[in-house]
Design a protein. Structure first.
Length: 150
């Protein structure tokens, strides 16, 4: 699995911590910025990560900002993206299992580094269960014609 990473200036330090975890777990990743604490516009980072995930170049994405809210809103504007803002392990597991989330959003100012590591680990360990959840996920693509949604 290849993961696209991105953060704004609020998420730089947490992103460094999570990159270490990704390396420990053996995941391939590319970092789409930002790389320092200078202020950046989170929608630009979210759009870049969401675009490469929606195109299929990356199987998953990870976005980090202060609360995770802005990144999740911006990423979800891209067709085919199911970005989930998760602040606990159960939400991270369910995002993958029930919602087939393809981008995890985390808030660097609302959770600890340990919580972030646990959330990312749980998210990556989980997989989509399909079944009744697949029918529901197919209904998320509102802008596609019904025949393409199934």
């Amino acid at each position: 699995m290849k993961i696209a990473l991105g953060c704004d200036h609020n998420g730089v330090e947490l992103k460094k911590v999570l990159i270490i975890l990704l390396k420990e777990l053996g995941y391939a990743y590319d970092d789409f910025g930002c790389y320092d604490n200078n202020s950046v516009d989170y929608p630009d980072i979210a759009q870049n990560v969401a675009k490469v995930v929606s195109e299929g170049s990356y199987q998953q994405g990870l976005l980090i900002c202060g609360t995770g809210i802005g990144m999740s809103i911006a990423a979800n504007k891209v067709s085919g993206i199911r970005a989930a803002l998760c602040q606990d392990v159960l939400s991270a597991q369910r995002a993958r299992e029930h919602n087939d989330a393809n981008i995890l959003c985390i808030g660097a100012t609302v959770i600890t580094e340990e919580e972030a590591r646990n959330i990312l680990g749980a998210y990556l360990a989980a997989s989509f269960k399909g079944g009744r959840h697949e029918r529901r996920v197919n209904k998320i693509e509102f802008n596609k014609p019904k025949t393409e949604r199934q």
